[in-house]
Design a protein around this ligand. Structure first.
Ligand SMILES: [Zn+2]
Length: 225
């Protein structure tokens, strides 16, 4: 049985930071469905395929496990995890609704000029990505950076850590890979940043709440189709 046929090789000229590279290739393959959900992942086969020793493959698999993208089963080795189901998606977005609107309000009150400049630049990057061939991947990366910047502007590293532990961007990206990242996403982000720029905590909170609710609705539509 071969389950990793679609994986690209690493190439002989890229033998630096092997575990990072194996991790990046594997992660992308899981996110884009080259490695489908609930598929066996054989560490020995991967090491042969990438022409590396087992150590970087084991390191990469451990990181993917902490991302929630693979699961280790006693005696059976690794499998890619299932996609989030409706219940897990609801829970994840409920947690985001607990964390992020208040964080946006704090960002409006506490952000530095430098942090605001970074947020404004990020909106420009998001708008530039809309309509490009690579829009889905670029806008997904934009989304990760935007939410990260809001947490940083709020000055709450504990909230950021809690958010990062959900790995929500990886799971939503994987779930919606064949869908589209609509331009609405960027304009919703722009409303959040406008409120943060104005120092309007209530508007920032409300804009973030609307954005997360809309994101959940968009993903549920994808899940149902
Ligand atoms: Zn977003």
């Amino acid at each position: 049985m071969t389950t990793i046929d679609g994986l690209p090789g690493l190439g002989s000229s890229t033998r630096v930071m092997l575990a990072d590279e194996v991790y990046a290739v594997m992660q992308q393959a899981i996110l884009d469905g080259t490695l489908p959900p609930n598929t066996r992942v054989n560490a020995g086969e991967l090491a042969r395929q990438f022409d590396v020793s087992p150590t970087p493959v084991r390191e990469a698999l451990a990181r993917l496990e902490s991302d929630g993208l693979v699961e280790k089963h006693a005696l059976k080795g690794y499998r890619t995890s299932d996609l989030l189901n409706r219940e897990q998606l609801r829970e994840m977005f409920e947690l985001r609704l607990l964390l992020e609107p208040g964080t946006a309000a704090h960002a409006a009150a506490r952000r530095t000029q430098e942090q605001l400049d970074a947020l404004v630049t990020e909106i420009d990057l998001g708008r530039q990505a809309v309509g490009t061939d690579d829009a889905y991947a670029l806008l997904s990366q934009h989304d990760v950076r935007l939410h990260d910047l809001v947490f940083r502007a709020a000055g709450n590293a504990t909230a950021l850590t809690a958010y990062n532990r959900t790995h929500c961007h990886l799971h939503t990206y994987r779930l919606a890979y064949t869908g589209t990242y609509v331009p609405d996403t960027v304009e919703e982000h722009a409303q959040i940043v406008t409120a943060i720029a104005a120092g309007d905590a209530a508007a920032a909170e409300s804009a973030m709440r609307s954005h997360i609710e809309n994101s959940a609705t968009r993903l549920l539509v994808t899940l149902d189709s």
